[in-house]
Design a protein. Structure first.
Ligand code: SF4
Length: 253
């Protein structure tokens, strides 16, 4: 956003409200949107919907019959990647964030459900550039202008331009996203200690997920939402859990 504003281009800012972000992040976004709107920048917060109805992480889990996992991140599809239709999107994705991003993200991208139809440009002189510029695929077109920035680059730029910072980074958090995100690995334990109400909401959603599984006659070896939570947190002491293959089959993945 800061780069777009300084470049003097026409743009608008959209936030997908995931319902699982930390309260501090939600308040920070609201404050920043208010300040940007006062500078004449159009800002909007998109509330998630699923099957034409409002949804949250806590009502989505029972509908999907399984917890979100590293392999099945249905929550991103529904809660986070639900905007940008027919728009050219700019993100803050960076290669330094993960090995997966280093291998799968580029400076510019046309994403498509069919991996064979994706176009990912890894640099300005990429020979696929012409293909990108003439692309008429029905994919999401994305530019990632800071994809090759290191963490130090981001902080140097933030400090030199006096940009506002989510207060959670000032507390020492390295990653600010949905609380309990399965991609956050062991960091989730720290998150649930910091925001215990979210642990309760996940356990309650897992309870309701088990109720739906039982009502549908699906295998249900877990007894309680807490059993599911401990499996989900990769606590190896739980026995009798369903395999990922079983869960993906139940969910038609
Ligand atoms: S929890 Fe993780 S995978 Fe799910 S929507 Fe949030 S960022 Fe995406």
């Amino acid at each position: 956003m800061a780069l777009a504003e300084r470049a003097g281009i026409n743009f608008e800012v959209v936030n997908s409200h995931t319902t699982a972000d930390a309260p501090e992040t939600v308040y920070f976004i609201r404050e920043q949107f208010k300040a940007m709107e006062e500078r004449g920048i159009k800002c909007s917060i998109v509330m998630p919907r699923y099957k034409d109805k409002p949804v949250s992480m806590w009502t989505l889990i029972p509908q999907k019959l399984m917890p979100p996992t590293r392999l099945v991140r249905y929550c991103c599809d529904v809660l986070k990647e639900n905007t940008g239709k027919n728009r050219f999107i700019a993100t803050g994705v960076r290669w330094a964030e993960s090995a997966r991003r280093k291998n799968s993200r580029g400076i510019m991208e046309v994403m498509h459900k069919d991996p064979a139809k994706r176009i990912i440009l890894m640099g300005d002189n990429d020979e696929k550039r012409k293909l990108f510029e003439t692309c008429n695929l029905k994919g999401k077109m994305t530019v990632n202008p800071i994809v090759d920035w290191s963490d130090d680059d981001v902080w140097d730029y933030t400090h030199s331009e006096h940009l506002p910072v989510n207060p959670l980074y000032c507390e020492g958090q390295k990653r600010v996203g949905c609380i309990g995100c399965p991609m956050a690995g062991r960091g989730r334990q720290r998150e649930f200690m910091r925001w215990p109400a979210y642990e309760k909401m996940y356990i309650s959603a897992f309870e309701r997920m088990l109720d739906v599984r039982k009502a549908k006659g699906l295998p249900c070896d877990w007894q309680t939402g807490m059993d599911v939570f401990r499996w989900w947190m990769e606590d190896d002491n739980i026995s009798g859990q369903l395999s990922m293959d079983d869960l993906m089959e139940d969910n038609n993945v």
